[in-house]
Design a protein around this ligand. Structure first.
Ligand code: GLU
Length: 511
């Protein structure tokens, strides 16, 4: 039987990368087994609905290359795939549980529940609606059948709660964690349905997984505590339960606690795939895409947070991941986020990225700054600086000096390198370059080296001063490569401009 798996986010905000990893593992598992990957939007809690979150989720997976076979925005034979659109379907299942004695109506008002909580707190205890306390509450287990019928006829607000059978051992068979056994006595009677006509997550999730013929529920560890209830719900309905796999948490880089939505910008890396602007506060949270990551790098990095192929292979394309992935090799322990590793992956994938594509990106940055250059030049620049790129955004910071003349010169470098006589030597070097016709970087290199050595000059001083006039700083790739791209004419202009400006700045120290 081919697996059917689902990713079932609630549209309560931007998607955390933990959620992205959950979706990725579902996807890898489905694709490896010729199965179906479904996107279901779980929006039963209307109070937590956030404008734009659903669109964000869809766009994020498009960017990442995780493709759904069925679901919201795609369609399929098991729709609708958004729970709010399935609203009328759930009532009959809640009724069925009541009829079979697996659930009951509870009429306790919010005030009455609050009152109970306070009473318990006063005795330093926690109130839980469960097999022990339900006997003292206002529900269809304690009211007479007539009174229940009367309240329902009156339209009194109610919820439907699951009725756990005390002293039952519930077995959750988890692919990653093995057999997890829980005694029903510790569980509360969760609300399944509310009189506003909305099911809660628990009921909708189980009904939908059943109706959508989901075979494997692969989701975050935070749902493990709900799994016993889910197992019981399948039992109560008389349905076969899917297999479960609860994924380890993503932890902060230091391993101290779960990586939360708030952590990202605080710790200096994004926790969301795409940038997100909160529709209410306007607050912006950074995203991998906008921070200059490639989707391939994000996928590779996330795949290894909690799983590895069993050897030390680290670089894997989506196709390789699909081949190598296995639920059994997922670790139980939380996975620490590692920023250096994320950067390393991005650097790696940038090196494999076509120069033409990077050049297009740089071209649009240039245009945005009102600068222009022809594509040939941009491609040459990209090829030269590529190994220095960690993020797409580094394109500009590593190459700006090819497109605009320096207007400032690093003072530290001036202090260290610019000496009496430097200006004259650089003028001489300018002549050496101009006289190399046609220009050839190897020939020019040899002439300059001969000049420096022949005059017993300090190599570091001259070359760094030379670089300073071209770049404004002591950084960048091989100087003769830079000259080759700038052209001799531009190089000489920069040399002269630089000599003039720096000589003024350096006056104080030469004297
Ligand atoms: N709607 C739940 C969430 O937001 C889905 C949990 C599950 O996969 O069962 O994570």
């Amino acid at each position: 039987m081919k697996p059917r798996v689902r990713f079932a986010p609630s549209p309560t905000g931007p998607l955390h990368i933990g959620g992205v990893r959950t979706a990725l593992y579902n996807y890898l598992f489905a694709k490896q087994n010729g199965g179906t990957m479904i996107l279901r939007i779980e929006d039963t809690d209307q109070t937590r609905f956030v404008e734009g979150a659903e669109e964000y989720i869809i766009e994020a997976f498009q960017w990442l290359g995780v493709k759904f076979d069925e679901g919201v925005g795609i369609g399929g034979n098991y729709g609708p795939y958004k729970q709010s659109e399935r609203k009328p379907m759930y009532k009959q299942y809640a009724d069925q549980l009541i009829a079979n004695g697996w659930a009951y109506y509870a009429f306790d008002t919010p005030e009455a529940l609050e009152q109970k909580r306070k009473e318990y707190e006063a005795e330093k205890k926690n109130f839980q609606y469960d097999w022990r306390t339900r006997e003292n509450m206002t529900n269809s287990l304690t009211l007479s059948a007539e009174e229940v019928a009367q309240r329902l006829a009156n339209g009194d607000a109610y919820v439907i709660r699951f009725k756990h059978t005390p002293d039952t051992e519930i077995l959750v068979n988890d692919i990653i964690r093995g057999e997890v056994r829980i005694n029903s006595n510790i569980l509360d009677d969760k609300v399944l349905y509310k009189s506003d006509g909305m099911p809660t997550y628990h009921l909708a999730n189980i009904v939908d997984d059943h109706l959508m013929e989901i075979t494997h529920v692969i989701r975050g560890e935070e749902w493990l505590p709900s799994a016993p209830l889910h197992v019981m719900l399948y039992k109560a309905f008389g349905w076969e339960a899917p297999r479960f796999a609860h994924l380890p948490l993503l932890l902060k880089p230091d391993g101290n606690g779960k990586l939360s939505k708030r952590d990202g910008d605080r710790l200096g890396f994004p926790v969301f795939p795409l940038q997100w602007k909160d529709p209410k506060s306007g607050e912006i949270s950074s995203g991998y895409r906008e921070s200059g990551y490639l989707p391939e790098a994000v996928i590779n990095m996330l795949a290894l947070l909690g799983w590895n192929p069993g050897n030390d292979q680290e670089v894997m394309s989506m196709d390789e991941l699909i081949q190598l992935f296995s639920l059994e090799k997922i670790s139980k322990a939380g996975a620490k986020f590692d920023l250096e590793k994320a950067k390393w992956f991005n650097h790696h994938y940038l090196q494999a990225y076509p120069n033409e594509k990077l050049a297009e990106s740089l071209k649009s940055t240039l245009q945005g700054k009102g600068l222009d250059a022809d594509m040939d030049k941009i491609i040459r620049v990209v090829a030269l600086i590529k190994e220095r790129l960690y993020f797409i955004n580094d394109l500009w910071s590593q190459s700006y000096y090819f497109f605009e003349r320096p207007t400032e010169y690093n003072e530290q470098v001036i202090k260290k390198r610019w000496k009496e006589g430097t200006a004259e030597h650089l003028m001489h070097i300018a002549e050496l370059l101009t006289s190399t016709v046609p220009f050839d970087k190897a020939v020019a290199h040899d002439k300059v080296m001969d000049y420096i050595r022949g005059n017993e000059l300090n190599m570091g001083q001259i070359m760094n001063s030379f670089r300073l006039t071209l770049v404004g700083d002591a950084k960048g790739p091989d100087l003769f490569e830079i000259i080759d791209i700038l052209g001799v004419e531009e190089t000489v202009i920069r040399l002269k401009n630089g000599i003039e400006a720096i000589s003024k700045l350096a006056n104080w120290q030469i004297r």
